[in-house]
Design a protein around this ligand. Sequence first.
Ligand code: BTN
Length: 264
Amino acid sequence: MGEIKIPIPTQPDNIWILRHLVDIDSTNSYVSELAKKGLPEGQVILADHQSAGRGRLDRDWVDSPGSSVLMSILLRPNFPPQFFYLITSALSLAASQILESKFSIPCKLKWPNDVMVADKKIGGILAEAAYTGVENSWVVAGIGLNCLQSGDELAVISQGATSILAESGIRLDEQERIDLATQIVARFATFYVSLGDPDERTGLADLYRSACDTIGKLVRVEMPGETLTGIASGISEEGNLLIETDTGMRAVPAGDIIHLRKSF
Ligand code: BTN
């Protein structure tokens, strides 16, 4: 198991540890176990393959070995739980910025958790929280990023999927995949630390809003027991999607969202 120390750019004394595994059921499940054992914030697990990878809304997240960044981060937030959704925003923002700067892949974010290139998904976030009071709460923030999938494989995953290879022609080797993961963690950590400060948190929410192309679209949000349709008019300070419906403005914490039309 390789181990990489990642100093946080804005807090050089705060060092996170990335461990690289070949095979695991799910990095999110593994890191949740570390959380239950009381390990500190900043444990990062990166895997070459997951045998039981999980997506949002109980979906599977399937990969072929070595083809993706599959990674989860243990966090013990020092800010109130109503802002935990911003962790998903921060991780998707970090991944999109690194993809743009490293590979010139122009990304947009689809609320709440997708990293998109045009209308295709290149990555997704699954953040899972346990809250039992400020002292005991933890969040596992997981990301899956398509790297080496070719056109044929992408067609099997979904018509709406893409990869670094498909977008840029760049074929990452193992070390380059680890470097990419490390850079995403460092950028995310800077954003995450800023969530602890109310002013900086507002700045991060603004950054997310400007990268999110859900705003202005006609959307349908499917939530347990309810489906909402309306114009996505903004994102609240807590990271909730604001939707103008026929019956008034609704703030939606997280749901499965479908963009119904390009924009208004
Ligand atoms: C989604 O778009 O539905 C979210 C996908 C999240 C997948 C990642 S891969 C690493 C981590 N471990 C998991 O089991 N899931 C997340």
